[in-house]
Ligand binder design. Structure first.
Ligand SMILES: [Zn+2]
Length: 325
C-alpha cells in the first residue's frame, strides 16, 4: 500500500461509488485542494472500507469543498472495493495512527505529517456504525472549540480514551479533531446527515456553525470499558436498543459465551459490570452501552460494545483535557 498525492480532482470523481474508487485511484489518496493561505478543512473517509456514507456525502459536495481550502483523504479503497471493513489479514486502518510497522501505519504517518504541516482548522473523520446508534461525535479532548464542532454534528459526544491508534486522537495533538459516527451504511439518512453537517461547516468556514454552537447542550459521555468477545460468544442483537441508554442490572449482554472488558490502560474490569449466569454474561449494575454491534465479524475483529459513563459538559479552554494523547 502506497499513498497517492493529488492536487486536483479527476473529472467525474463524483460519479464513482466507493466500490470503484480503487480502480480509479489505485490506492489511498490524499487530495491537496488547499487555496492560498486559507486554513484547510481536513476530511477523511473510508478508513473502514464498508463505511460508505462519508464518501457518498463528500462526493456530492466536491465542488463546494474545492472552493474553500480542503485536504481530502480517501483511505482503504481496496477494502471498499470488497465492501468490507478491512481485507482479511489487513490491520484496521483506524488503529494505526499512533505508530506501527504495517504499510497502513506508514501511510497514516505520511498523511499525518502532511496534514499537520498544512495546519488545518478542523479535521473530520467520517464513520458508520455496524449497530443501531443515535448519531454522535467522538472526541479526544474537551476544549471549547472541539465541543463546538462536536455539537454542530449531534447532541451526543463520546470522549474516547480507547482504542489506541485512532486518527482523531493523533490529530488532536495538532488541530481540532472530531470523528462523526453518522449511522449505519445501509440507512440513507446517514449520508444525508453527513451532507448536512459538511454543508454547515462549509457555510461557517472556518468557524463552528453559529446556530449550533452550544457545547453546553451536548450530552457528553466517557468510554470506561471496551468489551470484546471470544470465538464462541453468541451476541444478542436486541441489545442494540441500549446504545446510549442505560441497560438495567440483570440484562443479558450475550446469548451465550463469555465477555471480556478492559479499561483504557488494559486492566480487566469485566467483574465490575457483569457475571456469568446460565452461560450468558449478565449485567450486575445499570450500565450505559454504546456501539453494540449486530455484526459477529465486527465483534470478533474489533469489539462488541463499549460501556459509558455520563460526563458533565464543562469546556475548559485554558487547560484542555487530553486523554491518553
Ligand atoms: Zn469506522
Amino acid at each position: 500500500m502506497r499513498l497517492n498525492i493529488a492536487n486536483a480532482l479527476p473529472d467525474s470523481l463524483a460519479d464513482i461509488p466507493a466500490t470503484a474508487l480503487a480502480d480509479e485511484l489505485g490506492g489511498p489518496t490524499l487530495f491537496d485542494l488547499r487555496r492560498g493561505n486559507h486554513p484547510p478543512l481536513f476530511v477523511s473517509v473510508l478508513l473502514h472500507g464498508n463505511e460508505v456514507s462519508g464518501w457518498d456525502a463528500v462526493r456530492g459536495l466536491l465542488d463546494e469543498l474545492g472552493q474553500i481550502s480542503t485536504l481530502l483523504f480517501l483511505a482503504n479503497l481496496d477494502a471498499a472495493r470488497e465492501g468490507v471493513r478491512a481485507l482479511p489479514g489487513q490491520v484496521d486502518f483506524n488503529r494505526v495512527w499512533e505508530g506501527g510497522d504495517s504499510s497502513e501505519a506508514a501511510v497514516a504517518a505520511e498523511v499525518t505529517a502532511r496534514v499537520a504541516a498544512a495546519n488545518p482548522y478542523l479535521a473530520v473523520d467520517i464513520h458508520n456504525n455496524t449497530g443501531q446508534n443515535p448519531p454522535y461525535s467522538v472526541i479526544c479532548r474537551t476544549d471549547r472549540r472541539t465541543l463546538e464542532f462536536a455539537s454542530a454534528f449531534a447532541e451526543r459526544a463520546l470522549l474516547a480514551s480507547q482504542p489506541g491508534g485512532v486518527q482523531t486522537r493523533r490529530f488532536t495533538r495538532f488541530c481540532t479533531a472530531v470523528t462523526v459516527e453518522v449511522g449505519t451504511p445501509d440507512d440513507p439518512d446517514s449520508a444525508t446527515r453527513t451532507t448536512e453537517f459538511l454543508a454547515k461547516l462549509l457555510a461557517s468556514y472556518p468557524e463552528a456553525p453559529a446556530d449550533t454552537r452550544r457545547p453546553e447542550a451536548l450530552r457528553l459521555f466517557e468510554t470506561v470499558a471496551r468489551v470484546t468477545v471470544n470465538d464462541d460468544t453468541e451476541i444478542e442483537p436486541a441489545m442494540q436498543r441500549f446504545n446510549f441508554r442505560r441497560a438495567p442490572a440483570g440484562t443479558a449482554l450475550t446469548r451465550r459465551g463469555p465477555l471480556n472488558a478492559q479499561s483504557a490502560d488494559g486492566t480487566p474490569i469485566g467483574g465490575r459490570y457483569f457475571t456469568a449466569n446460565d452461560g450468558a454474561a449478565v449485567l450486575t449494575r445499570p450500565t450505559i452501552l454504546a456501539m453494540y454491534t449486530r455484526d459477529v465479524e465486527s465483534a470478533r475483529r474489533d469489539c462488541l460494545c463499549y460501556f459509558l459513563e455520563p460526563l458533565e459538559t464543562r469546556s475548559d479552554a485554558e487547560t484542555p483535557r487530553l486523554t491518553n494523547a
